[in-house]
Design a protein around this ligand. Sequence first.
Ligand code: HEC
Length: 469
Amino acid sequence: MDFPIFHLDFIGNRMLIAITAIVHVIINHPMAVGAIPMATLLEWIAHRKKWSALDDLAYKITFVFFVITTSLGAMTGVGIWFTTALVNPDAIGSLIRVFFWAWFSEWVVFFLEVVFIMIYFLTWKPWSGEKKRLHLGVGLFLSIFSWLTMAVITGILGFMMNTGKWVPFSYEWVPESSMFTAFFNPLYLPQLIFRTAVAFLGAGLFFLFLIPFFKKLTAEVRGRAVRPISLWVLAWLPVAIAGAIFYWQRIPVYMQANAPVALATQDFTRWYQTILWFLLGMAAIVPLAALWGVVKPKRLPAAALVIPFIAVATLLGTFERLREFVRKPWVIQGYLYANGLRAQDYPLFKEEGVLSRATWVRHHQVTEENKLEAGGELFMLTCSRCHTVGGVNSVRTRFQKLFPVQKWDEEQLAAYISTMHNIRIFMPPFPGSDAELKALSAWLAANQHYAMRAEGGQTALLPSAPVLK
Ligand code: HEC
């Protein structure tokens, strides 16, 4: 509450972060983390067998990844930190306190990764012949650095879901607070195994997907590329599946209970599940296509590669969404709620109110005169990290859907809000005082009324914009 509130009422803050993060992961995992070792492996095979056409193919595919990862990949990676710091500065602030040196080393590792990508790509052709071994060494080095960027971030992501300490050979967690134990949290290892395997597997599929675009390749060269890549995919597939199971088991049980809501959210219930089943079905083609690629590499049809490629890219996006969702109501498990408020401050808020502690609001106390405006500010403070007024996950639509026949009155709203966290466990409890609960309810009721009058609800009674002091 020490920071101004950034609010996008059209797509909502959650969606803003989701789009940036999902695009980033779909690019980063297969095209950076997985593609470099894949390319180095092909380069090594080409070097050993003296297959120069295969070397050339690996080079050209690396060029595609080089362009995408150093532009869109890097932009969305930095974009994640910008959007999350904007939407939930308290969360990023708390994480930096714990992971200060991890944050710093991530920057160094990322910088080195970009430098090595440049060297690897730009020296590919000049360092042929005798210097090829040196170039392969750069590839190996780069593979380690791109994996490390992911390995560092995974520590932070796991901590956000489970802050407990991992006790070796046991499933017991004890709260700890040093960076080291925070980093090696219970979800670290399973998540890292899962992400590594999916990144490597995805890279293989991206390579297979791109090969048909190189029209001039002879069937011979295609076959030489397709077989090792297919083997690679087959090798990582069981690791990815085992990693997923291990990961799921380590997710706290009450968070697992959020998964059905994440997958069948009210916004998309009708078609989202159908699409997911369809995708899972398509993903089943992955091992079949890879097996085909091993047995008859020259004959693997191009169409068979498109489907696994799309399936894995979309499942990766779904997995990121799932991870973000099941963590609710927390942004840092047990410590900070997604609304940016600390659990330990709740008793104080209940007594003295949230407004009295908020820096960037106009009203610090609820009075009869300011009730509606204060209510709007309370919406901003306690609901707007996840809800909009009239956009995606609109709070007005949510209430209307719950009780479609009639308008909610103030008392009904207050009764719902004060217990909503029991029914919908992904929402944090309302933190404010009784007067604040009434103010928020009054604002929600007025907002609803106004929306009804405006027919269609395009012109919402927006909360007063927080004033900068
Ligand atoms: C941590 C994020 C988060 C916060 C904070 C939050 N909500 Fe929600 N809320 C959600 C999500 C996500 C859904 C919809 C889930 C779905 O798609 O089914 C939801 C659903 C709802 C619903 C519909 C519930 C149902 O049973 O259908 C209402 C009403 C609601 N929220 C009101 C509020 C109010 C009022 C506040 C502020 C006091 C608030 N929420 C704060 C995430 C949040």
